[in-house]
Structures are given as C-alpha cells and as structure tokens.
Write a protein that binds this ligand. Sequence first.
Ligand SMILES: Nc1ncnc2c1ncn2[C@@H]1O[C@H](COP(=O)(O)OP(=O)(O)OP(=O)(O)O)[C@@H](O)[C@H]1O
Length: 615
Amino acid sequence: MNRITNTVATPLDEPPAAAQRTFIRLLQLGKPYTGWYIILCVLAAVSSLTTVGLAESLRRIINAATNHNTSGLTAGMTFAAVIVITDAGVHFLNTYLSGLLEIKSTSKLQMSMLTRMLNVRMKDLDRYHSADLISRMNDSAPAAQQGINRKTIELISNLLQIICLLTYLLSLQFALTLGTIIICALVPLVMLPFTSRLRTMNEQRQSIESAQQAFIQDSMQGAEVVRAFSLAPRLLRQFTGRARQFNTVHVPVSRVEAVGYNMPLAVILGGLLYVLSYGGYLVIGGRIDVGAVAAFLICFEQISNPVSRLANLWTELQASLAQGKRLFEIMDLTEEGNSPANPGTAGHLAEAWDTVNRPVAGQQPIIFNNVSFGYGQTKVLTETQLRIEPGKVTAFAGASGSGKSTILQLMLAAYVPDEGSIYHGSTPLHTIPPRSWRSRIAYVSQEPYLFSGTLYENIAWGRPEASREEVIAAAQNAGIHEFIMRMPQEYSTLIGERGLTLSGGERQRLSIARAFVREPGLLLLDEPTAALDSHNEEIVQQALKALMSNRTTVVVAHRLSTIKYADHIYFMEAGAIVEQGTHMELMALQGKYHAMAQAGVQTEAAAGGGLQNEY
Ligand SMILES: Nc1ncnc2c1ncn2[C@@H]1O[C@H](COP(=O)(O)OP(=O)(O)OP(=O)(O)O)[C@@H](O)[C@H]1O
C-alpha cells in the first residue's frame, strides 16, 4: 500500500484569542508541579534577600573604609561572607531542583505525547511526516514544558528581586530611587515593538526546521535509492535551496532578536550614568554617603537585569507559545475508537470491555455493508459489499491501486469507513475497542517492519507475554529458526535499524514468526511474497501455508500461486468488486480475472517459465 505523507504547515498568524488559549494551556502544564514551584520561589525569595544583603555589605565596607573604621570594615566583611555563602547554597539548590523538575516534567509530557501518537487515528497521523512528529516530540514538548517551568520561576524570582531591591533603595534615598525606577521601566517599553513580530517569525522558523528535518530523514532512509540513482548532487542542491529559504526567515529573526535583546542594554548603560552623576551630586550636597552610591550602582544592575529579563521573558514566551501550539496540535488529535457511537473506548473503558466481551477476530464472518472510504477527498472504495467466512481463505486480486490493501486496513480498524459499516458477526466493528479487536489479528505486510533490537524481541512483539519455547516454536514454524541459530548470538543477535542487515526473505520469515506467536484468529496478509525472488518466495510460501492452516485468512496477492487455492476470490477494479468466486469459477467466467491470469501466463512464457504462475 502506498502511503503519502506531508508536513503540515503551521498557520502563521494565530489570532490573539488562540494565542491566549495556548498560553493558558501552557500554564496548565505547570499545574502538577505547584509544590516544586513553591520551593523554587522560596529559594528565589532568599536569593533576592541575599542580593540586598550584598549591596548593604558593600555600602558598609566602603563607608567603613572611607571613615577609616577598622572594626566597621571587619563587621562588613563578615556580613558579606555570610551573605556570599548563603547565596552560593541557594544557587546550588536552585540549579539542582530546577534541573530535576525539567527532567521529570518533560519526560512526563513526552510520555503523554507518545501515548497520543500511538493511539491517534491513522487518518490524522497520515497528515504528518514522521520527522515532523519526531521534532514535535523532541523539540516542541521540552521547549513548551521547560519554557513554562523556567518562565514561571523566573517571573516570580525577578519580581521578588525587583521588590526587595527597590524597598532597600527607597530606604537609602527617595529621589535617586525614583529616577532608577523610571529608567528601569523604560527597559520593557523599548522591547514592545519586537515581541509580536518575533512570535510570528518563530513559528515560521519552526515550521521550516521541521521540513528540513523531514528532508534529511528521507535522504538518509532512502540511502540506497540515493546512491542507485546518483541523487546526491540533486539532493544537495535541494538542501541548499531549503537552507536559503531557512536563512530568509532565520536572518531577520536574528536581526530582530539582536536589536530587541540589546536595546535594553543601552537604556541600562544610560541608567548607570544617571546613578553616578546624580549620586555624585547628592554626595557633594552631603545628602548621601559614598557607600550608598556604590550600593545604588550594584542595585541598579541587579534591578535592570531582572527588568530586562522580564521583557525578554515575554519575547521568549512567544517562542514557547509557538512550540506549545505544535505540541497541542498533536495532543488534540482524536484517539482511534473514540467514535460518537462508542466514546472513550480507546482508554480505560477498553480494559473493561476487554474482560467482558473480548472478541476473537475471525471466529465470525466479517461483513462489509455498503462501505465507502477515502483517505482524503477522493474515494478509494465505493459501496463495497463483501463477506469473509470464518476458517476460510479469502483472496483479493486486482490492479494496483484498486483498493485491496485499503480493505485490509479497514479490517484492521486502522481506518473507519466514511459510509456504511463493517460487522464481525452482528457486532459493528466501530463498537469494539480497536485494541481488543486487534488482539487476535496478525498482519503481515509486503515490507515487514522490524524494530531495532534482537531477533528474539522482534518475534516476541507478536505476543510479548509468549514464553521462550513459544517464540522458538514460532520461528521453527516460520522456517527461520535454523537461520537464527547460525547467527553469532543466535536469538540475542541485534538486527540493526529496521533489520536492513537481513535479506527480504529473512525479514519476511521473521514477520511470519511474529504472526505465528500471536496465535491469531484472523490473519491478514498483504502481498507478503511480492518483494521476494522465486527462491525466497518458495520458502516464505511454505511458512505461510503453515500459518494459514485452520485460520480465517484474508490475503491480498498479485501471484496466482498465492490466490489460486483461496476459498473465495474478490477481483477489484477502481475501488469496486467487479467479480467474485473461486479460481475455477472466475476462470470459467472469462472476465477480467481470467484476462489478468492469462496476461500472467503470457508473462511467464516470455520469461522462460521463470515467473511461475505470476501475473
Ligand atoms: N495512507 C494513504 N493516504 C492517502 N492515499 C492512500 C493511502 N494509502 C493508499 N492510498 C491510495 O488509495 C488507493 C488504493 O490504495 P491501495 O493500497 O488500497 O491499493 P492496492 O490495490 O492495495 O494497490 P497495490 O496492489 O499497488 O498495493 C491508491 O490510489 C493509493 O494511492
């Protein structure tokens, strides 16, 4: 079956109400960690007090020095030492606990995101490139969660620091403090024009980054094709074009960030100049002492920093909002099984359903009643009527793209019909929780998917609770046991990414062993031998024959040898069943099936008998 995946473009201009909603949802991500936040805020409060303490100790030390007061100097130094040690301890605890919180909260969020991705309707999942999903999981989830963690704490600690310092400065000199407040208030104001621009630009940058990632992933996964067709120069050219496109967004972002982040610096420098000159004037007038001016200088920096952090925080929040939007887009996808007829079947209700009604797929007839279906707008199946008899082999034949694999996907409940219904006996399929339904189905596809891990694990995925003896028996039945025993670590041999180190036949026999160990009631075979040469096909056919015996089997096949002995054959054309019957009946009909079989025989003759019974 062909799968077309597209990167979904993120809408760039989110209305303020939507941004607000995203922000509220981001805040809700922090809710379970309120306890942590309280501890971190207490630490932030102590840290603010130590900042005031440092300024005061500096004031005392300078005044003691200018007044030649040795005991005052010693007292000031002791006070400063206590403050510095406390400050270091608070910073240590703060860094440690913040790190812990980030790890805990991010992995929890990624876990719920993965759960959603694994349970989401296939139709929704098809719209995303896998690289885009990976990027949402690896980049967006941490950025959104950490953004909200850090920003909440930063917001509170910065506010606390500003309040503590201003209270202290007010106690020293009112007019100088007032000027300091006015200059500090200018800091966020100069940031304002840049913030909303940055939000839009960050979304755009993120969207292009995902497309880049998808491109790289495709180039790596298609490494063989890239080499076989000498595609490297073309891909590099495309990548250069994409990099250029990325730069057209990235460069302005850097420019806006550079100006936006540095404007406050200019204001801060101006502020320092003000404190020095007006402070100096006040010292000459005898209204404050030199130590107080020094304390003001230190405090000015300590206030303007959090003020500009607060302003930057707003800018950074825009990036978190953009990431949050990408995260929630996935979290909002509907889980499969949550149909209006059967809400909540994907979750815990499925467990209850399981224990009471556990269906054994294939024990009863599977009936398609007027089923129409399309992946998008285009219809792939039109008003399909068919019946799969229990314990029998039903085959689907027909031209490529006629909808054969789609029928298997509908039986797997990977997709639901747009119109009409599928029944297992008298039970509509959409009322059975997908997990229960699939628990007794095995699916073998043309290109078996193997997971990184050992050979043993790849078979055991069919039924994780299977015993070692059952896994080995499955491998023996699938004709792969001897091969496994010749491997250096036998069943513990690692197969590498997607099993690419194995031959097509070996991969297929492993997937058949996986199907064996599942002990399925219903076996779905989607052209399991189509990608194999005739030698491997024969070996795999043997394995399949054993697997199919006494089981309800639905097979999609191009090879006559696979379908000839089926109890019933459906012949499909452009999404409709146009002929049906046994092989003999269809041949006698002299219709489309006959024509296709004849074409196969001719191909076989032309190939000198090499393509036995293939059309
Ligand atoms: N995930 C998908 N998203 C969008 N379109 C799809 C998807 N899978 C299949 N299609 C389209 O649906 C139509 C039927 O595909 P299907 O795979 O069922 O045909 P098929 O008869 O099994 O073909 P083949 O024998 O070549 O595998 C085709 O036009 C195909 O491009």
